[in-house]
Design a protein around this ligand. Structure first.
Ligand code: GLN
Length: 343
């Protein structure tokens, strides 16, 4: 493939009409996945959500934002809020203090696991699983209030309407035995040094903020642009914070599905059990997705399919190689991986 063609591919996302067509087609393909998934029920309120919803917001650094389907439906941020807590903790507590409490390695286990935590010297694998985020929020607890975090979330998501969903919050607080267990275990190891119950409240309130696919795209757009808004030119986090967050999204953002997702899609992404996906195509676009039916790992089943489609069609895979453009070759690779039980 000539250099010109590579350049054309890279700039295609600035062609709004072309991107819109690809997104609309991807929506159709992704919609078919919904019946294979299930809404989360371990938080009873989430079990009441209509699974047949799908929305996407695609926000390139250059070019117009494209929003389709249920992009303005409010849903709770859930684990996507771990990204915001990590950003704020890196900014105000510093990198050393954060990574003294949590690791930066993929866990290979369920997001709410406490299996490994009881081992001597064990600390949470990373800040994007429940144990790691509970440790991060305990660093924040003496420094900020929930109102401070809400204010920052509204700013960084460019969405003043974000608020606490009290019903989902109460529902999770009444059923959060696993997070409570993780928290007391972390306290016994000296990783949580603040009041455990207050910390659980802060963590759960963060999970219960009502966002839209649009607000997630706004945050993803700033991350893609190294922490600076493409609208007002203001910096919302340091570039090193943006870089660390993006790296962890790639390696740990989809829990024990992170490796497979990185192979199939190759866009650093964070999921939440509310059905949200925050996807950061570095230097190119921020993407927010909402679809509440989840796969076995707790990631939006149609949302992942949608991202896979647009990663392929808009060449957003981090390791995109124009020579790999031939569909037949991709299918061969996937078949090989399946035979070797990678996916
Ligand atoms: N609030 C949820 C929990 O703590 C968030 C988990 C998730 O989105 N994966 O279990």
């Amino acid at each position: 493939m000539s250099d010109k063609k590579i350049v054309d591919k890279q700039y295609q996302i600035e062609d709004t009409e072309h991107s819109r067509q690809i997104l609309e087609k991807a929506m159709e393909v992704a919609m078919k996945e919904i019946p294979k998934g299930h809404v989360a029920t371990y938080i009873p309120e989430l079990g009441k959500v209509d699974p047949n919803q799908l929305g996407v917001c695609f926000y390139p650094l250059k070019g117009d934002k494209i929003c389709i389907g249920d992009y303005d439906v409010r849903f709770t941020m859930q684990s996507v809020s771990k990204v915001i807590m990590l950003i704020v903790a890196l900014e105000i507590c510093g990198l050393d203090n954060v990574f003294r409490k949590v690791g930066a390695e993929p866990s290979g286990e369920a997001f709410d696991s406490l299996v490994e935590l009881d081992k001597n010297d064990a600390k949470p694998y990373n800040p994007l699983i429940n144990s790691g985020a509970l440790a991060v929020s305990s660093l924040l607890l003496p420094e900020v209030s929930f109102q401070d975090m809400l204010r920052y979330t509204r700013r960084v998501c460019s969405d003043p309407e974000i608020d606490l969903n009290r019903t989902v919050y109460d529902s999770e607080m009444a059923t959060c035995s696993r997070n409570r267990s993780i928290s007391y275990l972390l306290e016994s190891k000296g990783i949580i040094a603040t009041d455990v119950e207050d910390n659980l409240k802060l963590y759960t309130k963060m999970c219960s903020m009502n966002v839209t696919a649009d607000s997630l795209a706004n945050l993803a757009n700033k991350l893609a642009n190294d922490g600076v808004s493409t609208v007002d030119g203001k910096r919302y986090m340091s570039s090193i914070t943006a870089r660390i967050v993006k790296t962890l999204l790639l390696t740990c953002g989809m829990y024990d599905g992170s490796g497979t997702f990185a192979i199939k899609v190759g866009i650093p992404t964070k999921s939440g059990v509310g059905g949200g996906l925050l996807a950061v195509s570095d230097k190119r676009a921020g993407i927010g997705v909402f679809s509440p039916a989840l796969d076995a790992q707790g990631n939006s089943i149609a949302g992942c399919k949608l991202l896979r489609e647009i990663a392929n069609k808009l060449c957003l895979n981090l390791f995109y190689d124009p020579e790999w453009d031939k569909k037949i070759e991709e299918e061969t690779v996937i078949t090989n991986l399946r035979e070797h039980s990678v996916m």
